[in-house]
Ligand binder design. Sequence first.
Ligand code: FMN
Length: 382
Amino acid sequence: MQYVTLEGYSTAALFMGIGWSMLARPLLSRIDSERAHGLAIRSLSGFGQTSAGIRALNTLYQSPELPTHVFGRLFRHPLGLAAGMDKDASALSAWPALGFSWVEYGGITRFPQEGNPKPRMFRADAEQALVNSMGFNNPGASSIRDQLIRRRSAGKWPNVPVAANIGRSKKVDNSQAPSDYSATLETLWDHADFFVLNISSPNTPGLRDLHEESSLSSVLRACNSVREMKGGGKQILLKLSPDASDEDLVSTSEEALKNGVDGIVATNTTLKRPIPKNTKSRHAFAQNGGVSGRPLQSRSLDVVSMLYESTDGKVPIVGVGGIDSADSAWNSVTSGASLLQLYSALVFKGPSVVSNIVRGLRSRVRENGFSSIDEAVGYNNA
Ligand SMILES: Cc1cc2nc3c(=O)[nH]c(=O)nc-3n(C[C@H](O)[C@H](O)[C@H](O)COP(=O)(O)O)c2cc1C
């Protein structure tokens, strides 16, 4: 088990005894957010290395069953870990032990990259929001593939569905996006159950222009060629921006479906800023980058609802953005989300947020007379 000492505390012990929310605040609020995040991931990755560590996390954080079938796969419940938390897939085994039913690692790019200059992650505690301008810092697709091969051969592959989040390398422009995305897809093909093409991070210049139909269809055609070459059988999802207009989101999703996309992830972070409640938040919101967490909740929900309607509920939607309670999760499901993800709530509320949400969803399924969560999907839009 790996212990990282900080100000006299073992972060591993903090995970066990006090949880992530205390790890992130107030103890770590005095150090840079990205460093705090790095310490947390290293601790988790340490726990994930041993069966005793996994068992310990499981005992504390196990979530109940609320099974659902999506993409032809069984998920123990709908709530997974959003992209960006485990960027280099180093803590993959630990997430199911924290209660998540599925995991998305990445974003991964074809070429290794440093990301944007630090500091690039800020907390606005009063709004329960994060601002980040990470810029796809990652060791590149080949290095991730090699690490995942080692993980699998060591018997440390998690027993839940795993998705890979793929971004465009910063050093290529959008004209080369088709070959860039498809090369990463090919490299990672054997190392995820399904894939999320991220065209919606605000931190890579020009990336969001890929919502435009002709650019998007070129990227998707290139990725479909890889899928055909590999014999198919794995889904490709598209992750959208909350800042595109409703009209553009509808046409982007139509184009995506025409080109064989199997699901939509709604949404990535937003460039919009709420009115800051205090000086710390004013400082955070003055930084470049995307806002996640509570301020994103209502726009993400609207996008889920709108796309569920515009696609007649035929395409699975992953609801993500400000999900931090059973209520916000239930709203997303009844608006049309088949699966859910969170990131920011883990930072502000700690790992127990996962089982609390799933427990709350189970109660709501029962209270509303549904026999499974699948029946509740899009119920408000029916
Ligand atoms: C620090 C940070 C890094 C992120 N990196 C990625 C990424 O690499 N790819 C991606 O698709 N989304 C990324 N996201 C967005 C999240 O996956 C998610 O869509 C967003 O944070 C909204 O969910 P939340 O409100 O639960 O945090 C990142 C978010 C944060 C806060």
